[in-house]
Design a protein around this ligand. Structure first.
Ligand code: ZN
Length: 698
């Protein structure tokens, strides 16, 4: 544990001020937030002032004490941010909004310290730094420059004001999406309303109804409350035979947060305009240039080149897939076949997939109960990386009774990391999507002692209903593997400097390597059969179903890639060529790009940008392309296992060890290109991605 000499306060009684170790989730209350942050900022400001006076441009004289200060801040801010994501409430939100300006101001003060900047610039020339230390110091210099350390007077004030405004805009954006999602529901009451809906969705919808006060709602008799939350919205669109209801739900989904009090479109323009000003102040032409300056991609052009490569590789397939879909709907004598709308595509695609591959997402659920899936995942981690994972529930306070706690041990049975798992969707208080976050970062503390990393793994999968375990769709299984992949990079790091341990100091467009890499294993025979067993009978998944999963893997892949390229390109375009005060609106840009990146133009009322939290309320601004940038890396990394023979245990283990020692261990201590080359022995190529996606013969 860190020992702090920087605070003069008595032993903290406010649990938000503990500053180290596992957060006491059983004690944290919204009303503690404001007093805690006020005191924390006062303490840390005093500590910063004093360090600026006393620091020497050495590792021990600057990097170490500064890390201690920022870790105090990160601990409290991290806990607060985590609760905002998993235990949101009006009280917490008010408290968060009240303290956010002061927190941002402090972070700005920290990142713009001339004394530290000059110190780091001097330290960067110090020949005795290790390569990891060198990268941390270089990043500190670069980040300070990108945070406006070089600005003076008016420019500096303007820059800081922008930072503040952007933080508020991002919070507002995200709250609007959450509120708009919550505000809509479709209550179904008659058998006619629910035609086509699978039992799991009916159970969930009845549970939603009970949560909303319909105490007597049941899966069989209703009423059923359909929401825009993904576990509900996704299956509804795929299965409902009621075209009118699909249309209603689809329109509600794509127009979330686009009108009335929750309208995000003015926020988008304001955000884009402020980001551009910010980039200009730092000497960049556009925000996209600023964003790419900290990434693995060498330039915006390099990103556009990759997008064009993927676009041209997938476009023809996408066109053909949609015409096949139309032919399929025609053969089924669907009245809408000649004019398939956006709300028809998921339905007919699912129907065609079921027919062609005789595969139904819902029928596979009983083979993927969460406890078995976890066993399979943990066995894979053991097979590839030689670690053992066991339940450690009760060893850490949790924020909800469904949250689990686990320990990871190495070959000699020594704990090396821990993680929380919060698996289920809780629309009323939990943000949608899935993510991994840091709770505690690995660090060298005293000689010979290491602080072990702890991760948060958060998913939004189908909750257990009617006394059954959580029965997962295959997609939910992939999502869990994905987040666990992020978690492994955080937890299996061997870097002992928090500034470069795990995901820290890793270029943003490289961070999806580990996660997407792990997803590939869901299709690996031995991995899949260890976890896919019927929750009641323990029967393994039938071989025929496995073959169907493999065959269906690249179903409509051209459309899937094109969709990602569309999002990625739109993001880059809005952050580069788009002029927020010009004649073109964001909707014009959407339509312009749709001409080359979509087969069907978006509906006029399609306002998905208003809920595109990745780029307006997350960290993906001018960085959404990172998903496929990293997929090039992850596909190529997985190909290393295929090349040695995925059934060849010895070779797989040797390759797994090399992966652990490089890609999982090195964190941000080396440039991702160097890390990749250390594992693969060469630079990455797009070959494997195109093969895996079925766009190039294997
Ligand atoms: Zn991810």
């Amino acid at each position: 544990m860190t020992s702090m000499a920087t605070t003069s306060a008595p032993a903290a009684t406010n649990p938000f001020l503990i500053g180290h170790g596992l957060p006491p989730f059983d004690q944290l209350q919204p009303e503690q937030v404001e007093p805690a942050i006020t005191q924390l900022i006062a303490d840390l400001t005093a500590a910063l002032d004093s360090l600026e006076q006393t620091m020497t441009p050495t590792w021990q004289g600057l990097a170490e004490p500064l890390t201690k200060i920022s870790e105090r801040l990160d601990w409290t801010w991290g806990v607060l941010g985590h609760l905002m994501g998993v235990k949101n409430s009006p009280e917490l939100r008010t408290a968060y909004e009240a303290v956010q300006p002061a927190l941002v101001q402090f972070a700005t003060r920290l990142s713009q310290s001339r004394a530290f900047y000059n110190g780091f610039k001097q330290l960067a020339k110090e020949p005795s730094l290790s390569p990891a230390q060198q990268r941390i110091v270089d990043a500190a210099v670069r980040d300070a420059e990108l945070s406006g350390v070089g600005l003076d007077g008016e420019a500096k004030d303007q820059f800081n004001q922008i930072q503040q405004q952007l933080a508020e805009l991002s919070t507002q954006f995200s709250n609007h999406v959450l509120d708009a999602t919550k505000a809509f529901s479709l209550v179904l009451t008659t058998p006619d309303d629910i035609v086509g809906l699978p039992p799991s969705l009916l159970s969930l919808a009845a549970q939603n109804a009970r949560d909303a006060g319909e105490e007597t709602a049941t899966a069989d008799a209703g009423p059923w409350r359909i929401t825009l939350d993904i576990p509900c919205y996704g299956p509804f669109l795929k299965h409902s035979r009621r075209r009118d209801l699909r249309a209603q739900l689809y329109r509600a989904y794509v127009s979330r947060a686009s009108s009335g009090e929750l309208d995000n479109s003015p926020l988008i323009d304001k955000t884009l305009s402020l980001r551009k000003q910010q980039a200009n102040l730092l000497g960049f032409d556009t925000y996209a240039d600023l964003s790419v300056a900290r990434k693995m991609a060498p330039s915006v052009e390099a990103v556009e080149t990759l997008m064009e490569e993927l676009r041209s590789a997938s476009y023809e397939s996408a066109v053909k897939e949609l015409s096949d879909l139309k032919a399929f709907a025609q053969a089924q004598k669907a009245p809408e076949a000649d004019d398939l709308k956006q709300w028809d595509i998921p339905f007919w695609a699912e129907s065609m997939r079921e027919t062609e591959f005789d595969l139904n997402d819902e029928e596979l659920r009983p083979y993927f109960p969460l406890p078995r899936v976890l066993n399979g995942l943990f066995e894979l981690a053991s097979r590839l990386f030689g670690v053992t994972i066991t339940a450690a529930d009760g060893q850490a306070p949790v924020w909800h009774p469904d949250v689990r706690y686990f320990v990871i041990a190495d070959a000699s049975d020594q704990p090396i990391a821990y993680f929380y798992l919060d698996p289920y969707s809780r629309p009323a208080e939990k943000r949608g999507g899935a993510w991994m976050d840091e709770c505690i970062v690995r660090a060298h503390t005293e000689p010979g002692s290491v602080r072990l990393p702890v991760a948060y793994l958060v998913c939004n999968q189908s909750p257990p209903v009617d006394g059954k375990p959580s029965l997962m769709t295959f997609r939910e299984v992939e999502t869990l593997f994905h987040e666990f992949g992020h978690g492994l990079q955080h937890m299996l790091t061997q870097v002992d400097y928090p500034g470069a341990a795990g995901i820290n100091n890793v270029e943003w467009d490289a961070v999806e390597l580990q996660s997407q890499f792990l997803e590939n294993w869901c299709y690996d025979r031995s991995t899949l059969f260890k976890m896919a067993r019927h929750y009641k009978t323990d029967e393994p998944l039938p071989e025929a179903d496995y073959q169907k999963l493999l065959a269906a893997r690249n179903f409509m892949t051209g459309n899937a890639i094109l969709r990602q390229v569309n999002f990625g390109w739109l993001d880059i375009e809005l952050h580069s060529r788009y002029q927020p005060d010009g004649a073109e609106t964001i909707w014009h840009v959407r339509d312009r790009l749709a001409q080359k990146t979509t087969v069907r133009p978006p509906l006029a009322e399609d306002a998905f940008l208003c809920s595109f939290g990745h780029i307006f309320a997350g960290g993906y601004a001018a960085g959404y392309y990172s998903y496929f940038w990293a997929e090039v890396l992850s596909a190529d990394a997985f190909a290393a296992f295929e090349e040695v023979g995925i059934e060849n245990e010895a070779a797989v283990q040797a390759t797994g060890k090399r992966f652990r020692d490089t890609v999982l261990a090195l964190g941000g201590s080396k440039h991702p290109m160097e890390v990749f080359q250390a594992f693969r022995g060469r630079e990455p190529s797009t070959e494997a991605l195109l093969k895996h996606r079925g766009l190039k013969a294997a």
